[in-house]
Design a protein around this ligand. Structure first.
Ligand code: GLP
Length: 236
């Protein structure tokens, strides 16, 4: 794993945006694996600004997001669909048909998980996957567990994650208790991975993930087995 520490969140975001834009420039129809949460916000802002300056073109780019809550509609401001529209998709020239996310309202969740894995495979896998990390080491919504989840899967969110995500909701009772998340196989088969984190509160878990035992109790620790991971960290 390549570990880079930055003084500021802005510098960390710029580095991540550089890696993503290099991928888009090298392969205009690349498959980007995208993440939500507060960490990628600055990264998306920079990508949008480069698109506005005509330095980046999303016309042929395909994207697959890591996860989506179950039980909330795509137009609900708390959904990850809404987040991606607001912060990236509506601001660049990506084609709606090329921006893929799990459907958290699918009537048959198991079938939806299978569809999502088949979709990722049909796109030829992910060229570059952007990941954030939860305080408990989760990536996407792959929560600490006894085994790593291979496939896209339905997850019940841990109490820790529900608490962490409470900042995005008006009331604790509004927070979804379950989600669909991309599994470890699609993440680990990504040709390149960026793990981005900021804030002193993430320092411990980043080190556990990079140097601790490889265990499903710290889901991000599996990234130690990937040949091309850039860990980008800033203390602020
Ligand atoms: C959510 C997302 C993760 C993300 C995590 C960290 O749980 N499902 O993909 O990495 O939040 O979010 P933040 O970047 O806001 O700390």
């Amino acid at each position: 794993m390549k570990y880079q520490v930055f003084d500021t969140y802005g510098q960390m975001c710029r580095r991540a945006a550089n890696l993503i834009s290099a991928q888009i420039i090298l392969k205009e129809d690349c498959v980007l694996g995208l993440a939500t949460g507060s960490t990628p916000l600055g990264i998306y802002k920079i990508l949008v600004s480069w698109y506005e300056k005509a330095d980046l073109d999303f016309a042929k780019v395909r994207t697959v997001n890591l996860d989506e809550y179950c039980g909330i509609a795509a137009d609900d401001p708390q959904s990850y669909h809404y987040f991606m529209q607001k912060h990236l998709f509506s601001k660049v020239n990506i084609k709606a048909a090329n921006a893929h996310m799990p459907n958290g309202l699918a009537a048959d969740i198991q079938a939806e998980c299978k569809r999502y894995d088949a979709l990722i495979a049909s796109l030829g896998g992910i060229d570059i996957q952007l990941l954030g990390i939860g305080h408990n080491g989760h990536i996407g919504f792959n929560e600490p567990a006894d085994v790593f989840s291979k496939d896209t899967t339905y997850v019940k969110l841990s109490e820790d994650t529900i608490r962490s995500n409470a900042r995005f909701f008006k009331a604790v009772s509004d927070i979804p208790r379950s989600a669909i998340t991309m599994g470890m196989q699609s993440i680990m088969c990504s040709r390149k991975i960026i793990l981005a984190a900021n804030g002193k509160d993430k320092e411990d878990i980043i080190h556990k993930a990079m140097e601790g035992p490889i265990t499903p109790e710290v889901p991000a620790s599996i990234l130690q087995l990937h040949p091309d991971v850039s860990v980008l960290f800033s203390k602020e």
